[in-house]
Ligand binder design. Structure first.
Ligand code: HEM
Length: 416
């Protein structure tokens, strides 16, 4: 393997494999929202197993009953109180595949680690990535289908651009993108194939070990070089900590953004009046993105564990209980939003918990916002008469349970 500075061009990425994409879709559920609404109206907090259409999870008789939070205010209450509600719940499957990451740390360890890695996502760095890096990735992908007059935007754009953006931010050579993308998919879909996920995790560690050694010899203008020198209170990140953080960036930064941009395009393309308003006034793209994160958050559930006997909005919760926070349900809480089931770019309040809330709020949200804005803007600039063009009988929809997005977005446009 050769390591190049960011932007080095060697070979084209491997062709898209729809079977691998199918693999990443968790839960074959079309619309969990009516059932969520029904349960939310019964009570914003439920104790005991819940069936949202994919069967209730098995309950461990030796553990306290699991808790599910459906309401917005109740989810915020849990996320605000990070002493009572711990993130160590992620140590299980996630910790085993990714290593120890900030996602599973509580304070004060979390604060220190977040301080070490967050400068790599500051706005000055984002500005630098916007034109040269993100725009270039998106333009290259659009070049691949613009002359054809038709495309599937999931296969040809949204599935590919976030992984290529991360790969370039890390300064990886283009010839490694296909391999990197495959590992990203395997580590993300570890719940459906454990051996493959663990193998990808080990392969990524070995791969990054070579990259780290190279960056130590020859520092470059990329995120890995920055992580190597980051220092807070005389403390630096160890190599294992860097590998874990880099592995976390794949599911955290690739999977989410690919799904969010697909959901945004789905929301706009199935609401042509709003699509045209946004096409005409691009300053509406950030609003459209926030509304997408509320209406169809790509991550519909996050977890916490109760560290003591407590209550959530008056509902008793036992020490040791695992708590599922249904972000998708909180974001459609009728006590907070009018007509919450509607995609409405112009709604008064779009503030949501789609990026989480509190100390663990998404570290990459500004990057996600920037890369999606650049992708959508570039797409609209180049294909101004973009419209949905499903094949006869093709049934387009968003699907999934823990992660949701459309499987296909067939469009037509004037060849460009
Ligand atoms: C639309 C895209 C995205 C969505 C919806 C999203 C969602 C989330 C959510 C809900 C959390 C909180 C998890 C919890 O509290 O349990 C989170 C945390 C995190 N996200 Fe994102 N994310 C997105 C994009 C990104 C990107 C692009 C990156 C980086 C490249 C990223 C990196 C992270 C990291 C490192 C954390 C852990 C932060 C911590 O524990 O302090 N995310 N994200």
């Amino acid at each position: 393997m050769t390591i190049h500075a960011q932007g080095a061009v060697d070979a084209a990425p491997a062709p898209f494999d729809p079977f691998e994409l199918q693999d990443t879709v968790s839960g074959n559920i079309r619309d969990p929202y009516p059932r969520m609404a029904e349960l939310r109206r019964q009570s914003p907090v439920h104790v005991g197993p819940i069936d949202l259409g994919d069967g209730a999870d098995e309950v461990d008789p030796d553990k306290p009953q699991p808790v599910t939070v459906f309401g917005f205010d109740e989810a915020v209450q849990v996320l605000r109180d990070n002493e009572t509600f711990s993130s160590t719940v992620y140590e299980g499957i996630m910790g085993m595949v990714m290593g120890r990451t900030i996602l599973q740390m509580d304070e004060p360890e979390h604060r220190l680690h977040r301080a070490l890695v967050s400068p790599t996502f500051r706005s000055k760095v984002l500005e630098q990535w916007e034109g040269d890096l993100v725009q270039r990735v998106v333009n290259e992908l659009i070049d691949g289908f613009a002359p054809r007059g038709e495309a599937d935007l999931v296969q040809e754009l949204t599935f590919n651009f976030p992984v290529q953006v991360i790969a370039r931010i890390l300064g990886l050579p283009r010839s490694d993108f296909p391999m990197f993308q495959r590992w990203a998919i395997h580590i993300t879909s570890v719940a459906s194939n454990w051996e493959r996920g663990v193998a990808a995790s080990e392969a990524l560690r070995d791969y990054f070990a070579d990259v780290l050694a190279e960056r130590r010899r020859r520092p470059a203008d990329d995120l890995i070089s920055e992580l190597l020198v980051a220092e807070v209170d005389g403390r630096r990140l160890g190599d294992e900590e860097i590998y874990s953080f880099l592995r976390l960036l794949l599911p955290a930064g690739v999977e989410t953004t690919y799904r969010a941009s697909g959901n945004l395009l789905y929301g706009l393309l199935t609401n042509p009046d709003q699509l045209h308003r946004v096409m005409e006034d691009r300053s509406l793209i950030p609003d459209a993105f926030e509304e997408t994160i509320r209406w169809e958050p790509p991550v519909t559930v996050i977890l916490r564990r109760a560290m003591r006997d407590t209550d959530i909005a008056g509902v008793p919760v036992r020490e040791g209980a695992d708590i599922a926070l249904l972000l998708g349900s909180a974001n459609r809480d009728e006590r907070k939003y009018e007509h919450p089931e509607l995609f409405d770019v112009f709604r008064a309040s779009r503030q949501s918990v789609g990026f989480g809330f509190g100390v663990h709020v998404c570290l990459g949200m500004h990057l996600a916002r920037m890369e999606t804005r650049v992708a959508i803007n570039t797409l609209f600039d180049r294909l101004p008469d973009l419209r949905l063009a499903p094949a006869d009988g093709q049934d387009l929809h968003i699907k999934g349970m823990a992660f949701r997005s459309p499987i296909a977005l067939p469009v037509a446009f004037t060849p460009a």
